[in-house]
Write a protein that binds this ligand. Structure first.
Ligand SMILES: NC(=O)C1=CN([C@@H]2O[C@H](COP(=O)(O)OP(=O)(O)OC[C@H]3O[C@@H](n4cnc5c(N)ncnc54)[C@H](OP(=O)(O)O)[C@@H]3O)[C@@H](O)[C@H]2O)[C@H](O)CC1
Ligand SMILES: [K+]
Length: 512
């Protein structure tokens, strides 16, 4: 499923009108009908008071259609046009005239005092937000500003038409304020802004409505658009498990990490790999961590790396026979120490072309060794959170967060590296290829150790013959879904990395 921005949607709209020959007024009729279907599917109480707040663009036009049809279904619905009637044009004007010709009632903000509107908003059970759609730009201006404030303070259930008013379709930015929707019915495809910056906090539950803009057209003409990771994508890309298999079939991975301060981190990665189907895992940890690690995870194989002060001695990596492993994960719990980058130098010189996943403090050292990534024959995968990405790029976290899609794409392209940019909605970027956005994510994941679990999942799927892209898509989605499911059961406060690991089999079981 693709996600698009303002211009992508406008182009599809235009193509449908000009090339396919479906008039814009028909698309608007379909859009309004989709809103009505959403209301009909949830509210059977004809006494519920529905207030439709409409702007003068095409989003408002969708609102006129929805109001007319809700009247026809016998709902207690009221239309309030916010800008002046004279400013209506195009398809929105057409549908406003249809509405008026039917003799249906409406009020305008121009002829109403603020208190009257406030009382209408306070009395509404459902508010349909048809003020501003994908055409939103810049800072929200009046009359919408004060109305949005009133709506957000009301107790009404808010259904947004296409996108909550005030939210930017391309960036997910909310400058000052936007409608906080309970539900968003969006047309043709979800907007990029639903998954960026402030977007996830404003859209509520969302669904896509078909308004007769052919989706196949979107598929053909929007190859470069980001895709949303769906259940179906994960099901299709999860490594298959032939019944005549043995432990060698599912690969042998190695996790290198740990220090005296961070004992658990590499264990979480290895545990997650075991819970998601890997054949064998070797843990290469400082020798002083061995006893506690082996007692927690006896099913792993171990390499005891010599200690130097509180961390792994980089030179000890030279003794690892890397050709044994199908993929390598480095970083969990490594800690930061002088000349730690030497670890990456040795790793890249000793590996042939196996996939290398660099996480956590491995990323801290990477900044000075990016040339090694470019020269390496095999795939390299990095899994930075915004802070780690900012450190790699020597910029602020704000700069990363306000440009997540572009930052991930640019970095992947420049360094020939797979990027998993973590965050509330993670982004997977394939060098010179697809962009995937994970629609799932949870505050339960904002905890030390959850990134180590994710690294283990990526390692696991690669060892089971998934491509790096497939592994990243599956791992990101399953990790977030496991956290969501566990948060529901245990509370948002109580999801430990071990709980996420235990949630993984539950989600895998649903992948049928
Ligand atoms: N294919 C489709 O997806 C279809 C979508 N439809 C609907 O159309 C809108 C997009 O319609 P458009 O007319 O391009 O724009 P909007 O209605 O979203 O917005 C224009 C109005 O919003 C005002 N505006 C813009 N920015 C601000 C702001 N910062 N503050 C206040 N007001 C703002 C703008 O005012 P101006 O003063 O700038 O003129 C306009 O009044 C899409 O979202 C769907 O809902 C079609 O119905 C069918 C096809
Ligand atoms: K809207």
């Amino acid at each position: 499923m693709y996600i698009g921005g303002r211009q992508d949607l406008a182009a599809l709209d235009q193509f449908t009108i000009e090339q396919v020959g479906l008039p814009g007024a028909v698309l608007m009729e379909n859009a309004g009908s989709a809103i009505v279907s959403a209301v009909l599917s949830s509210y059977h109480d004809l006494d519920a008071r529905i207030l439709v707040l409409a702007g003068n663009g095409n989003n408002g036009g969708d609102g006129f259609v929805a109001t007319r049809k809700l009247c026809d279904h016998g709902y207690n619905v009221e239309l309030c046009l916010l800008p002046k009637e004279e400013t209506l044009k195009g398809d929105a004007l057409t549908h406003f005239l249809v509405y008026k010709n039917r003799g249906l009632p409406y009020s305008t903000m121009a002829t109403m005092d603020k208190d009257k509107l406030q009382s209408k908003i306070n009395c509404a059970t459902i508010i349909i937000d048809a003020m501003i759609g994908s055409g939103m730009q810049g800072i929200i201006k009046d009359p919408f500003r004060s109305v949005i404030e009133m709506v957000n303070e009301s107790t009404a259930y808010v259904l947004a038409v296409d996108i909550p008013s005030g939210l930017e379709a391309d960036t997910g930015l909310v400058t000052e304020l936007a409608i906080k929707a309970d539900r968003t019915v969006t047309f043709v495809m979800p907007k990029k802004g639903f998954f960026l910056q402030d977007g996830p906090m404003y859209i509520g539950e969302w669904e896509i409505a078909d308004i007769s803009v052919p989706y196949q057209l979107a598929e053909k003409s929007t190859q470069s658009l980001p895709r949303l990771i769906t259940n179906g994508d994960v099901y299709a890309q999860l490594p298959k498990r032939p019944s005549n298999s043995h432990k060698g079939t599912f690969g042998h991975g190695i996790v290198i990490g740990g220090s005296s301060s961070y004992v658990e981190a590499p264990i979480y990665s290895a545990k997650a790999a075991f819970h998601s189907g890997i054949g064998l895992v070797t843990l290469a940890v400082p020798e002083e961590n061995y006893t506690i690690s082996a007692s927690q995870l006896p099913e792993a194989l171990y390499i005891k790396l010599s200690n130097k002060e509180d961390h792994i001695s980089p030179a000890s990596l030279s003794d690892i026979s890397f050709s044994t492993y199908k993929a390598i994960a480095i970083g969990p719990g490594l800690s930061r120490f002088k000349h730690g980058g030497k670890i990456l130098e040795i790793l890249f010189s000793k590996c042939q072309d196996q996939p290398i996943i660099i996480d956590a403090d491995g990323l801290f050292y990477l900044k000075d060794y990016l040339h090694l990534v470019k020269e390496y024959k095999g795939p390299v995968i990095i899994t930075p959170h915004p802070g780690e990405m900012a450190a790699l790029l020597e910029c602020s976290v704000e700069e990363i967060e306000s440009n997540r899609l572009e930052v991930a794409k640019q970095f992947a392209k420049e360094h020939g590296v797979y990027v998993l940019l973590k965050g509330h909605r993670s982004i997977v970027e394939v060098p010179d290829g697809n962009t995937w956005v994970n629609p799932h994510g949870h505050d339960a994941l904002a905890r030390g150790g959850s990134g180590d679990v994710l690294t283990g999942l990526i390692l696991s799927f690669i060892c089971q013959h998934a491509s790096p892209e497939q592994a990243l898509v599956c791992a990101t989605f399953l990790h977030a879904r496991a956290a969501e499911v566990k948060a529901k059961k245990l509370s948002h406060y109580s999801v430990t990395p071990n709980a996420i690991i235990e949630g993984i089999p539950e989600i895998l079981n649903d992948m049928r």
